[in-house]
Structures are given as structure tokens and as C-alpha cells.
Design a binder for this molecule. Structure first.
Ligand code: NCD
Length: 308
């Protein structure tokens, strides 16, 4: 097993190796143990300053990164676009350079533009962690999803994972596909034809438009939200119809001859892609995913900082 990551930045899962992923998991195993202790803080990132730059709304990811940083004893600067000079016309590079003049070592950034993190990584000296760039990648979400599958099923290799929903607009879907394939899982995406981009066929995943058959096939169903805020045209007639054809409900799970694991990255639109009785059922590991997010982000921050 490698001792360090092969990269200075975490821009996407596409650019990291299977060894990187397994090292992050092993490090996260240790941090998960730490955050379940009465004293949850370790001094690993003392003297490191992290800027959390959120140019797009976020609840879980922002809170999770901030908790991870605090538990590693980092100094933190928080920045959201709505309360910053971005709304006064400043460029991304100017905003970030100003923040870096204040001697920031690492940047966690969420931005609506795909590629915003890679753009910054070639222009500023800090380590960059992508917390979601438009419809492109959301690497820490994919890592925590795969980590949660490994925790629940013992391993990811050889498992059948279905990603169901709005694949076209989802950075979670793309990062999950890269991560799960690198770990040797069998991956299938499922949704209406209009919400599955054609290039997915070349990534090495199966494509299906039949939810019931996909549920029979898979060990794990990772259910995604319809990203209405990213949809420029109508991709299906109505949310009611989407629910009727692609929503996951209890009867569908009960009709299977074995138990499958239900996941969702949040935020959930209850009654659209998933009913409450499924989201809150014992099949669901949705809250374990959130818990694991802190340990995974601690591991990523720690391993990147270890390169100083
Ligand atoms: C996702 C995101 O922002 O990409 N949520 C998350 O980070 N937990 C998925 C979504 O917005 O639907």
C-alpha cells in the first residue's frame, strides 16, 4: 500500500489511482474511530489554514468539511459567494488570490462551473479539494459512498451497484462511476433515456431504463435527486410521472427476493425519487453516509497536508 497520495490536489476521482482510494479508506477507518471517541479532536492540521470557498449552495458538504477541519485542529476561513465581492464583479482568480495573500494552505471549493478547480490548481500554490464543480465531479461524495458500501458489505469489488436518477446533471454520478469501477465493482446507471448521457456507454457501465429490473439486479441502489435547477429544458413530462416510472417505493423493495442497500447523497426530494418509507427504512444507509463523510474528508485533508 502506498504511503502517500499520488496527487497534490483532489480535483476528481478520474485523476487518482485505486491505491489512492484504498489509502484514503484506511486513513478514514482510523479517523472514524477517532470521531467516535469522547475527545474527537486531533492536532494533525495545527498550523494549517483551510479556506472553504462555496460559490454554490451546500448544507451537508460544507458542514462536513468544516467539522472535518475542526476535528483536525485546522484554522478555518469560510466564504460564500452571496456574501462576497464575487457579487460585485470580482473574478474567481482575484478572489482566491486575495484570500491566499492571507496565507491559506488549502482550498476546499464548490463552484457552479465544471473545471473551476482544475483552473485554480494550475494558478495558485495551495492544495485544492473539489467539493463539487457544476455537473462534473464531486470526489469526496463518491469516496464516502464507496466507503459506506465497503463498510456495509465488506468490500466494493465484485458488487453490483446501480445509480438511479438524473445522471445527466449529476456530479455525484460521474465521480461514483469512476470510483466504483476503479475498485472493481459492476456499475449500472438507470433513468429515463433523456437523463442518461450517451458517453456513459463508453465509461464501462451498463445502461438501463427499467427500475424494477435494475433493483432485481443490484446489491446497492444509489438514488439521485432530479436536479431541476440545472435543467434548461423539459427532460420528462412531470415530477409525478417521474415518480410513477422511476421512483423507488416500499412495494418494489418487498417484491425482491433479497435485501438490497439503499443510498442517497442528499438532499432528498421525498415522494419524487424515493418515498419516505424507503428513505427511512432499515435498508437505507443514508445517515451512515453522512457520518462517514466527516471521516473521509478528514482523511483527504490529512493526506494532502502530509505532503508539506
Ligand atoms: C449533491 C451535490 O451537491 O452534488 N449533494 C451533496 O453534495 N451531498 C447532490 C445534489 O445536489 O443532489
Amino acid at each position: 500500500m502506498a504511503k502517500g497520495l499520488s496527487t497534490r490536489h483532489l480535483i476528481g476521482i478520474k485523476n487518482i489511482t485505486e491505491d489512492d482510494i484504498r489509502l484514503i479508506f484506511e486513513t478514514a477507518d482510523n479517523f472514524k474511530e477517532v470521531i467516535n471517541r469522547p475527545i474527537k479532536k486531533v492536532p494533525s492540521l495545527r498550523d494549517i489554514t483551510v479556506a472553504n470557498l462555496f460559490f454554490e449552495s451546500s448544507t451537508r458538504t460544507r458542514v462536513s468539511f468544516e467539522l472535518a477541519e475542526r476535528r483536525l485542529s485546522a484554522d478555518i476561513v469560510n466564504f460564500t459567494a452571496s456574501s462576497s465581492s464575487v457579487s460585485k464583479g470580482e473574478t474567481l482568480l482575484d478572489t482566491v488570490n486575495n484570500i491566499l495573500s492571507m496565507k491559506v494552505d488549502m482550498v476546499v471549493m464548490r463552484h457552479p462551473a465544471p473545471g473551476a478547480c482544475v483552473y485554480l490548481s494550475s494558478r495558485i500554490p495551495a492544495n485544492i479539494i473539489n467539493a463539487g464543480d457544476g455537473t462534473h465531479e464531486h470526489p469526496t461524495q463518491a469516496l464516502l459512498d464507496a466507503f459506506s458500501i465497503r463498510e456495509k458489505l465488506g468490500d466494493v469489488t465484485g458488487k453490483k451497484i446501480a445509480i438511479i436518477g438524473d445522471i445527466l446533471h449529476s456530479r455525484v454520478a460521474l465521480s461514483n462511476v469512476f470510483c466504483l469501477l476503479k475498485l472493481g465493482a459492476k456499475v449500472r446507471v438507470c433513468g429515463p433515456p433523456t437523463l442518461i448521457p450517451k458517453h456513459y456507454a463508453e465509461l464501462g457501465v451498463e445502461i438501463s431504463h427499467d427500475v424494477q429490473e435494475t433493483l432485481r439486479w443490484c446489491d446497492v441502489a444509489n438514488v439521485l435527486r432530479i436536479q431541476l435547477e440545472r435543467q434548461d429544458i423539459k427532460y420528462f413530462p412531470s415530477l409525478r410521472e417521474y415518480h410513477q416510472y422511476f421512483g423507488i417505493n416500499r412495494q418494489m423493495l418487498e417484491s425482491l427476493d433479497r435485501e438490497i442497500v439503499i443510498m442517497h447523497p442528499g438532499p432528498i426530494n421525498r415522494g419524487v425519487e424515493i418515498t419516505s418509507d424507503v428513505a427511512d427504512s432499515p435498508h437505507s444507509i443514508i445517515l451512515q453516509q453522512v457520518e462517514n463523510g466527516v471521516a473521509i474528508r478528514m482523511a483527504v485533508l490529512y493526506l494532502l497536508a502530509a505532503q508539506y
